[in-house]
Design a protein around this ligand. Structure first.
Ligand code: HEC
Ligand code: HEC
Ligand code: HEC
Ligand code: HEC
Length: 294
């Protein structure tokens, strides 16, 4: 982005957004580099990605904080999550200039992002079989994590995914960013006084509950899609399917948000089940709203 903008990252960002992927990817040698997270002279954590700088400003504005500048106003602990939020987020490409945009203008919750997309009239594609204008979630780890008990307790992404480790006399942050379950000792037991096996079991219990609820929601969504298809085949007009389409759009986006965030329900267990509940409720109401339903 710096090269494209001749030194100005935001200008380069704007140029990059409107270029085809195949052309842009020729300009980058690695997906993630030291300079994405570090100021090269001081090694201080920094945010370099314009979409996060703008996204977090919009999010803070929704909480009544004007002109938030992440690089001067975030705490050191917040930066240990914000650097990850440059990439592990939900986003879309806004307008004809295809500006990479995080839908945080109303907040980070599922409803906030959904309402934003609906207000700006965004859809990712039209569902081929039902005709519903639907959304595709990306990888919203940052937004979902922010609804959980760990975020609330000020535990950062790096605390679990980059735990401190010793090499000789040095204490450093493990830069092999990966599943914390591969290193429960350093990732979890620094705070939790339970055995590795018990910590693993706790994660598995959360993930099993999540998976079962997710499957229930996905089955409901498939049933709604089948019902809409049947109604269309029976000659139902699009104008009478609006409520069912809205249910499909909402239900699918909510399910996708928790499915596409990659912790299998761990980052915010209660919130992720709540989102699935909301999805199932919308989907079942959508089925009831199909006029030709017998
Ligand atoms: C510049 C973008 C970028 C940043 C910044 C970034 N990631 Fe990632 N992350 C990625 C990409 C791309 C992948 C690989 C996805 C794939 O292979 O499917 C990934 C993969 C991962 C994985 C899975 C690794 C595995 O073993 O499969 C974890 C966990 C992760 N990131 C956590 C983090 C955390 C925590 C931070 C902040 C300290 C962070 N990431 C910062 C882009 C980023
Ligand atoms: C309290 C600890 C904790 C915090 C904080 C945390 N995570 Fe995780 N994360 C986990 C656990 C546990 C998993 C599930 C790993 C598994 O199933 O193997 C996970 C899974 C993931 C994965 C999928 C990893 C994979 O192997 O596929 C990504 C990506 C990820 N987290 C990113 C983040 C980001 C980004 C943040 C901050 C916004 C964050 N996490 C905060 C504990 C944490
Ligand atoms: C995804 C973001 C990210 C990337 C990419 C990244 N780091 Fe880090 N790095 C961190 C975080 C988070 C810390 C902890 C800093 C803190 O708590 O203040 C850290 C800390 C450090 C530190 C301070 C000592 C320590 O380990 O705590 C050094 C040195 C460092 N990183 C070097 C590098 C180098 C060299 C690269 C590239 C090969 C790199 N980092 C890439 C996020 C990143
Ligand atoms: C920096 C400290 C810290 C780290 C690291 C940490 N936790 Fe936690 N964890 C907390 C705090 C604080 C709470 C809130 C409960 C409390 O205050 O004891 C919590 C709560 C939990 C809960 C209860 C969740 C709920 O919704 O009620 C589970 C399960 C959990 N942690 C698992 C883990 C696992 C697994 C890891 C490692 C991947 C981990 N934690 C890493 C501090 C931490």
């Amino acid at each position: 982005m710096k090269t494209l903008g001749e030194g100005d990252i935001t200008k380069g960002f704007e140029k990059m957004n409107s270029m085809p992927y195949a052309e842009v990817s020729k300009l980058a040698s690695r997906p993630v580099a030291c300079v994405d997270c570090h100021e090269p002279n001081t090694m201080k954590l920094r945010i370099t990605r314009p979409a996060f700088i703008e996204g977090v400003r919009n999010w803070k504005a929704s909480q009544g904080v004007a002109n938030y500048d992440v690089n001067t106003m975030a705490s050191a602990q917040e930066m240990r999550s914000f650097v990850c939020g440059q990439c592990h987020v939900e986003y879309y490409f806004k307008g004809p200039e295809k500006r990479l945009t995080f839908p945080w203008h109303k907040g980070l919750k599922a409803e906030n992002m959904y309402d934003y997309y609906t207000e700006v009239g965004h859809k990712d594609f039209t569902h081929a079989e039902t005709g519903a204008p639907v959304l595709k979630a990306q990888h919203p780890e940052f937004e979902i994590y922010n609804q959980g008990i760990h975020a609330r307790s000020n535990v950062a992404c790096a605390d679990c995914h980059m735990p401190y480790t010793r090499t000789g006399a040095m204490k450093i942050s493990d830069h092999r960013v990966r599943s914390p379950l591969l290193n429960i000792n350093r990732s979890c037991q620094s705070c939790h006084a339970f055995s590795e096996q018990e910590m693993k079991n706790r994660v598995e219990q959360i993930q099993t509950r999540f998976t079962e609820s997710r499957d229930t929601a996905m089955n409901a969504l498939m049933e709604l899609i089948e019902d809409i298809k049947k109604a269309k085949a029976a000659g139902e007009k699009d104008a009478d399917l609006k409520a069912a389409w809205e249910a499909q759009r909402r239900g699918q986006f909510f399910i996708d948000l928790v499915e596409a965030e990659n912790s299998v329900g761990f980052h915010a267990p209660g919130e992720e089940l709540r989102i699935l509940n909301q999805a199932i409720d919308a989907i079942r109401k959508g089925q009831l709203a199909i006029p030709a339903r017998t």
